[in-house]
Design a protein. Structure first.
Length: 255
């Protein structure tokens, strides 16, 4: 099968494996590449030494192109970026940040770079829906934060990315005033009653948050039971928010 993607990446099929942290190791990446796709090693929050070991192991298992996903929030991102050049990695995918400062180095090394971003199309639909219903503009935009575990695995917070898009389009400040505790359980794994209890324990207001008298837009990706947005709204009200609107990209059938 020949497409622009296969020709660009030197692969047989237009299939790019996801760079899942602690799942996308050299075994999975080399297997996908040997099968004709583009295997990806997920660096996640791992140290540079581990990433180098994974790359070297993959080279022994396949002679086909493979890549590495670099989560730009990784504390060792600078070192990993150099490792990718030293190990002559063919393709780099990036998430959770802007790879601009590495681009010259990677391009000089002949590395193909594929940044991963949240869906702008989805954020545009949310913007259109808001305006279609004649809703007023808020003073501040914030979002329901993703769990720390999922952020490490996924590499980005799509609710935050959608909120940032709206902030830019409307020229309204985006303020990530809500936090989520590391030990909180993922809502998607819980039953309805458990979600409410977990949500009450999970979220908190960041220090020095002052929303006195402000109209706040709270952005979320999907509403299921409403536990997360309700608990976040309570915290925003405690910070002084006068009005709280919620804008979500999707709603589960029982929401």
């Amino acid at each position: 099968m020949k497409t622009r993607v296969t020709e660009l990446l030197g692969i047989e099929y237009p299939i790019i494996q996801g760079g899942m942290a602690w799942v996308a190791t050299h075994e999975l990446a080399s297997a996908v590449s040997n099968a004709g796709g583009l295997g990806i090693i997920g660096a996640g929050g791992a140290p540079a030494s581990w990433v180098r070991e994974q790359i070297q192991a993959a080279k022994k298992e396949t002679d086909k192109p493979f890549g590495v996903n670099l989560m730009l929030m990784n504390p060792e991102a600078d070192e990993i970026a150099k490792v990718l050049v030293e190990e002559k990695v063919k393709v780099v995918t990036t998430g959770a940040g802007n790879p601009a400062k590495y681009m010259d180095m990677w391009k000089a090394a002949g590395i193909k770079v594929i940044p991963v971003v949240a869906s702008v199309a989805l954020a545009k639909l949310m913007e259109q829906a808001w305006e279609l219903h004649g809703m007023p503009r808020p003073d501040v935009i914030t979002c329901v934060p993703i769990s720390p575990l999922r952020l490490r695995t996924r590499g980005y917070d799509q609710s935050a990315e959608m909120a940032k898009y709206l902030s830019k389009q409307w020229d309204i400040p985006f303020e990530p005033v809500l936090g989520r505790r590391m030990l909180s359980r993922m809502q998607s794994k819980l039953q309805a009653e458990q979600r409410w209890e977990n949500a009450r324990k999970s979220f908190y207001l960041r220090r020095n948050t002052d929303l006195e008298g402000k109209h706040v837009l709270l952005v979320d990706d999907i509403v299921t039971t409403g536990a997360s947005i309700s608990c976040c709204a309570v915290l925003l009200r405690k910070a002084g928010a006068q009005t709280i609107w919620v804008l979500a990209a999707a709603k589960a059938g029982n929401a």
